[in-house]
Design a protein around this ligand. Structure first.
Ligand SMILES: *[C@@H]1O[C@H](CO)[C@@H](O)[C@H](O)[C@H]1NC(C)=O
Length: 260
Protein backbone atom coordinates (compact mmCIF):
# COMPACT_ATOMS: atom_id res chain seq x y z
CA UNK A 1 0.00 0.00 0.00
CA UNK A 2 1.29 3.45 -0.83
CA UNK A 3 2.53 5.49 2.06
CA UNK A 4 0.51 8.58 2.77
CA UNK A 5 2.74 11.57 2.26
CA UNK A 6 1.10 14.75 3.40
CA UNK A 7 2.28 18.23 2.68
CA UNK A 8 1.99 20.32 5.78
CA UNK A 9 0.95 23.91 5.74
CA UNK A 10 2.27 25.47 8.89
CA UNK A 11 -0.51 27.56 10.38
CA UNK A 12 0.55 28.81 13.77
CA UNK A 13 -1.94 30.21 16.20
CA UNK A 14 -0.84 33.52 17.65
CA UNK A 15 0.04 32.98 21.27
CA UNK A 16 -2.74 33.92 23.64
CA UNK A 17 -5.32 33.40 20.90
CA UNK A 18 -7.20 30.82 22.93
CA UNK A 19 -8.86 31.16 26.28
CA UNK A 20 -6.52 30.31 29.12
CA UNK A 21 -7.35 27.19 31.06
CA UNK A 22 -8.41 25.39 27.91
CA UNK A 23 -7.48 21.73 27.95
CA UNK A 24 -5.00 20.64 25.28
CA UNK A 25 -4.22 24.26 24.33
CA UNK A 26 -0.44 24.49 24.44
CA UNK A 27 -0.57 28.24 25.06
CA UNK A 28 -2.60 27.64 28.23
CA UNK A 29 0.04 25.51 29.97
CA UNK A 30 2.08 26.94 32.83
CA UNK A 31 5.21 25.28 34.14
CA UNK A 32 4.42 24.22 37.72
CA UNK A 33 7.41 22.17 38.64
CA UNK A 34 10.68 20.88 37.34
CA UNK A 35 11.99 17.87 39.21
CA UNK A 36 15.31 16.13 39.00
CA UNK A 37 15.28 12.34 38.70
CA UNK A 38 18.25 11.54 40.96
CA UNK A 39 17.99 7.76 40.53
CA UNK A 40 18.57 8.18 36.78
CA UNK A 41 22.15 8.51 35.70
CA UNK A 42 21.95 9.02 31.94
CA UNK A 43 19.18 9.22 30.30
CA UNK A 44 15.46 9.48 30.81
CA UNK A 45 14.13 9.21 27.26
CA UNK A 46 10.42 8.43 27.16
CA UNK A 47 7.30 8.87 29.27
CA UNK A 48 3.67 7.78 29.44
CA UNK A 49 0.69 8.24 31.73
CA UNK A 50 -1.35 5.31 33.12
CA UNK A 51 -4.96 6.48 33.48
CA UNK A 52 -5.86 3.54 35.73
CA UNK A 53 -3.25 4.33 38.37
CA UNK A 54 -2.82 8.06 37.74
CA UNK A 55 0.93 7.59 37.62
CA UNK A 56 3.68 8.00 35.04
CA UNK A 57 6.21 5.58 33.61
CA UNK A 58 9.58 6.79 32.41
CA UNK A 59 12.05 4.66 30.48
CA UNK A 60 15.69 5.19 31.44
CA UNK A 61 19.07 3.91 30.42
CA UNK A 62 21.95 3.64 32.83
CA UNK A 63 20.40 2.29 34.93
CA UNK A 64 18.18 0.24 32.64
CA UNK A 65 14.83 0.88 34.22
CA UNK A 66 11.18 1.61 33.75
CA UNK A 67 10.45 3.99 36.61
CA UNK A 68 6.97 4.71 37.97
CA UNK A 69 6.47 8.27 39.22
CA UNK A 70 3.63 10.19 40.79
CA UNK A 71 2.24 13.21 38.92
CA UNK A 72 4.41 15.35 41.18
CA UNK A 73 7.51 13.45 40.15
CA UNK A 74 7.93 11.36 43.28
CA UNK A 75 9.61 8.00 42.82
CA UNK A 76 7.16 5.12 43.31
CA UNK A 77 8.76 1.99 41.88
CA UNK A 78 11.22 0.67 39.33
CA UNK A 79 11.28 -2.32 37.01
CA UNK A 80 14.57 -3.43 35.42
CA UNK A 81 14.55 -4.02 31.70
CA UNK A 82 16.73 -6.62 30.00
CA UNK A 83 17.71 -7.34 26.42
CA UNK A 84 16.52 -4.11 24.86
CA UNK A 85 18.76 -2.26 22.46
CA UNK A 86 18.31 1.39 23.45
CA UNK A 87 14.59 1.78 24.30
CA UNK A 88 13.58 5.38 23.59
CA UNK A 89 9.82 5.47 23.96
CA UNK A 90 7.07 4.00 26.11
CA UNK A 91 3.25 4.06 25.82
CA UNK A 92 0.61 2.76 28.19
CA UNK A 93 -1.67 0.37 26.32
CA UNK A 94 -4.10 -0.49 29.13
CA UNK A 95 -4.09 -2.55 32.31
CA UNK A 96 -0.56 -3.16 33.49
CA UNK A 97 0.86 -3.17 29.97
CA UNK A 98 3.37 -0.79 28.44
CA UNK A 99 4.62 -0.80 24.85
CA UNK A 100 8.33 -0.06 24.50
CA UNK A 101 9.95 1.01 21.24
CA UNK A 102 13.67 0.69 20.57
CA UNK A 103 15.69 3.22 18.66
CA UNK A 104 17.22 0.85 16.08
CA UNK A 105 14.88 0.73 13.11
CA UNK A 106 15.12 -3.05 12.95
CA UNK A 107 14.02 -3.21 16.56
CA UNK A 108 10.35 -3.22 17.14
CA UNK A 109 7.72 -2.82 19.76
CA UNK A 110 7.65 -5.02 22.83
CA UNK A 111 4.71 -5.04 25.21
CA UNK A 112 5.73 -5.63 28.82
CA UNK A 113 3.67 -6.32 31.92
CA UNK A 114 4.54 -4.09 34.85
CA UNK A 115 1.90 -5.35 37.28
CA UNK A 116 2.59 -4.69 40.97
CA UNK A 117 5.33 -7.04 42.16
CA UNK A 118 7.00 -7.37 38.75
CA UNK A 119 10.70 -6.47 39.08
CA UNK A 120 12.09 -7.43 35.66
CA UNK A 121 10.88 -7.28 32.05
CA UNK A 122 12.50 -8.74 28.95
CA UNK A 123 12.77 -7.69 25.33
CA UNK A 124 10.69 -10.25 23.51
CA UNK A 125 9.24 -8.54 20.48
CA UNK A 126 5.99 -9.94 21.75
CA UNK A 127 4.03 -7.34 19.86
CA UNK A 128 5.41 -6.21 16.53
CA UNK A 129 8.68 -6.47 14.71
CA UNK A 130 9.08 -3.53 12.41
CA UNK A 131 11.72 -2.58 9.95
CA UNK A 132 11.58 0.91 8.52
CA UNK A 133 14.11 2.67 6.34
CA UNK A 134 15.92 5.52 7.96
CA UNK A 135 19.14 7.34 8.61
CA UNK A 136 18.23 7.72 12.26
CA UNK A 137 16.17 5.83 14.72
CA UNK A 138 12.79 5.59 16.39
CA UNK A 139 12.41 7.99 19.28
CA UNK A 140 8.89 7.72 20.61
CA UNK A 141 5.64 5.79 20.64
CA UNK A 142 1.98 6.63 21.25
CA UNK A 143 -1.04 4.35 21.33
CA UNK A 144 -4.51 4.92 19.90
CA UNK A 145 -6.72 2.93 22.27
CA UNK A 146 -9.78 3.16 20.03
CA UNK A 147 -8.13 1.90 16.87
CA UNK A 148 -5.59 -0.33 18.60
CA UNK A 149 -2.68 1.08 16.58
CA UNK A 150 0.66 2.60 17.51
CA UNK A 151 2.16 5.82 16.24
CA UNK A 152 5.94 5.71 16.17
CA UNK A 153 8.01 8.80 15.56
CA UNK A 154 11.25 8.73 13.63
CA UNK A 155 13.95 11.21 14.60
CA UNK A 156 15.15 12.44 11.22
CA UNK A 157 16.13 11.32 7.75
CA UNK A 158 13.11 11.40 7.39
CA UNK A 159 11.29 13.07 10.24
CA UNK A 160 8.01 11.23 10.17
CA UNK A 161 5.22 9.44 11.99
CA UNK A 162 4.69 5.77 11.17
CA UNK A 163 1.42 4.01 12.02
CA UNK A 164 2.08 0.46 13.20
CA UNK A 165 -0.62 -2.21 13.46
CA UNK A 166 -0.37 -5.17 15.79
CA UNK A 167 -0.14 -7.45 12.75
CA UNK A 168 3.16 -5.77 11.88
CA UNK A 169 1.66 -3.86 8.96
CA UNK A 170 2.96 -0.31 9.02
CA UNK A 171 2.77 2.77 6.85
CA UNK A 172 4.03 6.32 6.88
CA UNK A 173 1.28 8.51 8.32
CA UNK A 174 2.93 11.92 8.08
CA UNK A 175 6.19 13.18 6.71
CA UNK A 176 7.23 16.14 8.87
CA UNK A 177 10.33 17.24 7.00
CA UNK A 178 8.74 20.61 6.25
CA UNK A 179 7.48 21.67 9.69
CA UNK A 180 10.68 23.46 10.58
CA UNK A 181 11.99 21.54 13.57
CA UNK A 182 15.43 19.99 13.86
CA UNK A 183 14.37 16.50 14.87
CA UNK A 184 11.50 14.57 16.45
CA UNK A 185 11.97 13.01 19.87
CA UNK A 186 8.62 12.11 21.41
CA UNK A 187 4.93 11.63 20.59
CA UNK A 188 1.54 11.55 22.32
CA UNK A 189 -1.91 10.86 20.87
CA UNK A 190 -5.09 12.38 22.31
CA UNK A 191 -8.25 10.48 21.37
CA UNK A 192 -10.51 13.20 22.78
CA UNK A 193 -9.34 15.75 20.22
CA UNK A 194 -7.85 13.28 17.71
CA UNK A 195 -4.56 15.19 17.63
CA UNK A 196 -0.94 14.21 17.90
CA UNK A 197 1.55 16.10 20.07
CA UNK A 198 5.09 15.77 18.82
CA UNK A 199 8.22 16.83 20.64
CA UNK A 200 11.42 18.12 19.11
CA UNK A 201 14.54 17.86 21.21
CA UNK A 202 16.76 19.98 18.99
CA UNK A 203 14.17 22.74 18.59
CA UNK A 204 12.90 22.42 22.17
CA UNK A 205 9.31 22.65 21.08
CA UNK A 206 6.00 20.81 20.94
CA UNK A 207 3.88 20.65 17.79
CA UNK A 208 0.17 19.86 17.86
CA UNK A 209 -0.93 18.19 14.66
CA UNK A 210 -4.40 17.32 13.34
CA UNK A 211 -4.80 13.74 12.14
CA UNK A 212 -5.60 14.91 8.63
CA UNK A 213 -1.97 16.00 8.54
CA UNK A 214 -2.81 19.13 6.61
CA UNK A 215 -1.98 21.66 9.25
CA UNK A 216 0.06 22.18 12.33
CA UNK A 217 -2.42 23.40 14.91
CA UNK A 218 0.10 24.88 17.31
CA UNK A 219 3.79 25.12 17.95
CA UNK A 220 5.02 25.88 21.42
CA UNK A 221 8.51 26.44 22.75
CA UNK A 222 9.64 24.78 25.96
CA UNK A 223 12.69 24.73 28.16
CA UNK A 224 14.42 21.68 29.53
CA UNK A 225 17.76 20.14 28.72
CA UNK A 226 17.00 17.71 25.92
CA UNK A 227 13.25 17.00 25.90
CA UNK A 228 12.64 13.39 24.90
CA UNK A 229 9.30 12.24 26.26
CA UNK A 230 5.80 13.74 26.43
CA UNK A 231 2.65 12.63 28.24
CA UNK A 232 -0.69 14.16 29.24
CA UNK A 233 -3.47 13.35 31.62
CA UNK A 234 -6.51 12.26 29.54
CA UNK A 235 -8.39 15.47 30.42
CA UNK A 236 -5.67 17.48 28.67
CA UNK A 237 -5.04 19.61 31.77
CA UNK A 238 -1.61 18.33 32.74
CA UNK A 239 1.41 17.80 30.57
CA UNK A 240 4.64 16.03 31.52
CA UNK A 241 7.88 16.44 29.63
CA UNK A 242 10.85 14.25 30.43
CA UNK A 243 14.30 15.45 29.41
CA UNK A 244 17.73 13.94 29.12
CA UNK A 245 19.72 13.44 31.17
CA UNK A 246 17.39 13.31 34.19
CA UNK A 247 14.53 15.71 34.76
CA UNK A 248 10.78 16.04 34.40
CA UNK A 249 8.70 19.20 33.93
CA UNK A 250 5.08 19.27 35.05
CA UNK A 251 2.74 21.73 33.31
CA UNK A 252 -0.89 22.55 34.03
CA UNK A 253 -3.67 24.53 32.38
CA UNK A 254 -5.63 25.03 35.58
CA UNK A 255 -3.20 26.12 38.24
CA UNK A 256 -0.48 24.34 40.14
CA UNK A 257 -2.41 23.41 43.31
CA UNK A 258 -1.48 19.95 44.51
CA UNK A 259 1.51 19.69 42.20
CA UNK A 260 4.15 21.13 44.53
C1 LIG B 1 22.52 9.99 26.79
O1 LIG B 1 22.20 10.83 25.69
C2 LIG B 1 23.32 11.47 25.11
C3 LIG B 1 22.81 12.43 24.06
O2 LIG B 1 21.68 11.96 23.39
C4 LIG B 1 24.25 10.40 24.55
O3 LIG B 1 25.38 11.00 23.99
C5 LIG B 1 24.65 9.44 25.67
O4 LIG B 1 25.43 8.40 25.13
C6 LIG B 1 23.41 8.86 26.32
N1 LIG B 1 23.79 8.00 27.44
C7 LIG B 1 23.53 6.70 27.48
C8 LIG B 1 23.98 5.96 28.68
O5 LIG B 1 22.94 6.13 26.56
Amino acid sequence: MAAAVCALAVALLPSGASASGAAWDLNAFDLCKQVGLPYVDDNASGATYNSDTGSLWVVTRSPNHLVELSQRGEFLRKVSWHGFDDPEGVAWVGGHYLAVVEEPTHGGITVVNVAPGVADVYQGRTAVGIEVWSNAGLEGIAYNHQKGVYYVVQEKGPKRVVEVHKSGYHKELFNLESVGVGDLSGIYYSSSIDNLFILSQESRSVIRLAMDGNSVQQRWDIGGDRPEGIAFTPDGQKMFIVSEPRSMSVYSTNGCDGIY
